[in-house]
Design a binder for this molecule. Sequence first.
Ligand code: P6P
Length: 280
Amino acid sequence: MRDIFDAIQKSAKRIKEAIDVKDIGYSQQENSSGETQLELDIKCDMIIAEELSHVASVNTISSEEKEHAEVLHEKGEYFISYDPLDGSSLIDVNLSVGSIFGIYKGDFGSQNMIASCYVVYGPRVEMVFAENKVKLYLLQAGEFEFVKEIRLGEKGKLMAPGGTQQNWPTYHKEMIDGFFKEGYRLRYSGGMVPDLHQILLKGGGLFSYPATSDKPEGKLRRLFEVFPFAFIYEKAGGVATDGKERVLNLGYAHLHDTSPCFFGSKYEAQRVKEVYAKNA
Ligand code: P6P
């Protein structure tokens, strides 16, 4: 695992440099979700694939930017899914973006997940790596320095409600409005990594991206986004649900499957389960 952690650190430093260059034009290509790729999406994907290709313990990698998985070392025991530059469309308005990694043993799938990691490229570059504990690192003078262990409180103050509100189910809108009536503060940038990072570091709250009329299976990808953050939130003492069941009990049929998802402290997640048990 150390060699994977090192490869992710090297990738993050190279991606930060790539982000800092001027040209962030759109390519002529689309990813598997039908989103037009930035040249930067493709470059960051290549950086991660190259760094992981040097790690003999990595058997197969799967990128959100590529249709199919790629076998690197047939004798390797780890499978890695990654979103190389999540929220990349926010770069041209200078908002934070991130890279997300799911690390699985023996094969992809929530039941095989043994670690996960994300990097957030903002005013500073920070990394969160979760195995049994959730650890925060800060890039300083070219090296990622350990900062602290992250734990979520039982209840938080922040609300990050994703998705187009006009497409939310009525019961979902009523639930979100209920939290705001309790005094929760809106914190939503449209970048999954910084939005979830903020809730983790500020002690709790709720990030939601529900099933909507335009996205009945949700928008966020199971292998590349939802499973990795579910692993991190649970290890930090929080909850990750699709509204009905634990995210890490979900399977997947195709690499690019999505799922409705809620990540948060116990208090907020309990409300989600109660509302969805009654209505969904
Ligand atoms: P919406 C970015 O495109 C992304 O995949 C996630 O990073 C983010 O949480 C979500 O989409 C935002 O989606 O529909 O709220 O703009």
